[in-house]
Design a protein around this ligand. Structure first.
Ligand SMILES: Cc1ncc(COP(=O)(O)O)c(C=O)c1O
Length: 396
């Protein structure tokens, strides 16, 4: 006998929470695979490489040494110091260990920063297309999400005027992301400086700078962080982590760098949610920062090769045109000529061609007319997937 469950009666805030379509498409692809279908995965935003051996060994050793207990909520002091040193070196500013909060991934920095700072009546500017969790969390926190278009015509770099024209007296926070997901776009120094100049006389506006792809830059592109600007540093929350650079997605560790009093507020959110980031993971992360970097360089070189290869293949597909991105491990071809919506093409590619890719609209309304492919997979897989896309399109 089946029993009807009583109504869930979720709290109303849950209706404001979005999701990450990549996980949904992955689940649908896995379902098709369990039914015997062969699916080529070009949707997943994580390195296909295993975590470098020296980092795995540091984690193994930490487990053997008993780093299996609760640690301080803001992170182990040695890990906070190691991050402070890394950020000081890479962003050219001095950073104190107590300005660092170690959390389980890059995502919690968004979650906590928005919960700590944004509320009803506030506006938060976010990149569209952009990482879907920005809009989701802005809305969850009760604030108004104000999309800032990221345009192909601008090489998918941020156009400062698009941010500046959206600033109002209600703006509480501006989210920046370079190198960017899903476009691979990189915001240059002059563009960033123009945005910062406009924010200099707005001491009430915070900047959340998502720099999780800061080490994945190509063709000599430079990474510039608002944290490097002393005039604005006290209003910057830097988000970075280990998932992408060191292929550590499953370890769940990232960090935020921000002024000490905000760091303490975020530590309170950690105490109320995670208690702390796993201690052995933090020991492994110290090795990631301080140990041999040759695997990071090898992964980077492979990503660069795949980037050029995938863009070449995409541009050979009728109706596709793809810009060569300078960062991250994503490409965002324009598919407007095909006369289909991005979602329709996403669904048909999965079901009819056996290729998992993401509609640009999974990253915001401005993503209409684009697909996102991840090249965090090997060249034979890229060739197989794009061969299928080409066959599918040619048969339309
Ligand atoms: C732009 C951006 N920020 C943050 C994250 C989250 O990283 P993590 O897996 O460390 O939480 C991702 C992951 O895809 C991302 O693309």
């Amino acid at each position: 006998m089946t029993q009807t469950l009583p109504s869930l009666n979720l709290a109303s805030r849950m209706s404001r929470l979005g999701t990450e379509t990549a996980f949904e498409v992955l689940a649908r692809a896995k379902q098709l695979e369990s039914e015997g279908r062969d699916i080529v995965h070009l949707e997943i935003g994580e390195p296909d490489f295993d975590t470098p051996a020296n980092i795995v060994e540091a984690g193994r050793q930490a487990l053997a040494e008993g780093w299996t207990h609760y640690g301080p909520a803001a992170g182990l002091p040695d890990a906070r110091e190691a991050v402070a040193h890394y950020v000081a070196t890479t962003r050219g500013t001095s950073v104190n260990g107590n300005e660092v909060c170690i959390v389980p991934g890059g995502k919690p920095v968004m979650f906590y920063a928005l919960l700590a700072l944004a509320e009803a009546g506030d506006e938060v500017i976010f990149p569209d297309p952009g990482f879907p969790i920005y809009e989701s969390m802005i809305r969850f926190a009760g604030a108004k999400a104000v999309g800032c278009p990221i345009r192909e015509s601008n090489g998918f770099a941020l156009d400062p005027q698009d941010v500046i024209s959206r600033l109002t007296e209600k703006t509480k926070l501006v989210i920046l992301n370079s190198p960017a997901n899903p476009t691979g776009g990189v915001t240059g120094r002059t563009q960033l400086e123009e945005v910062l100049a406009a924010l200099r006389n707005r001491p009430d506006v915070w900047i959340l700078s998502d720099e999780i792809y800061s080490r994945l830059l190509y063709d000599g592109a430079e990474h510039v962080s608002p944290l490097s600007d002393p005039s604005i540093r006290d209003r910057v929350i830097l988000l970075d982590g280990f998932s992408k650079t060191w292929a550590m997605t499953g370890w769940r560790i990232g960090f935020g760098v921000m002024r000490q009093d905000l760091c303490e507020a975020i530590t309170k959110l950690m105490i109320n949610s995670n208690s702390c980031t796993a201690s052995f993971t933090q020991r492994a992360a110290i090795e990631a920062l301080q140990g041999d970097q040759s695997d990071v360089e090898k992964m980077h070189a492979k990503f660069d090769k795949r980037r050029k290869h995938i863009v070449g293949l995409l541009n050979e597909i009728p109706g596709f045109s793809c810009h060569l991105p300078k960062g991250a491990f994503y490409v965002m071809p324009n598919i407007r000529e095909l006369g289909m919506t991005a979602k329709e093409l996403q669904d048909r590619l999965l079901l009819e061609a056996g290729v998992a890719a993401l509609a640009g609209t999974a990253f915001g309304a401005e993503g209409e007319g684009y697909l996102r492919f991840s090249y965090a997979t090997d060249i034979p897989t890229i060739e197989k997937g794009l061969g299928r896309v080409r066959e599918f399109v040619e048969a339309l």
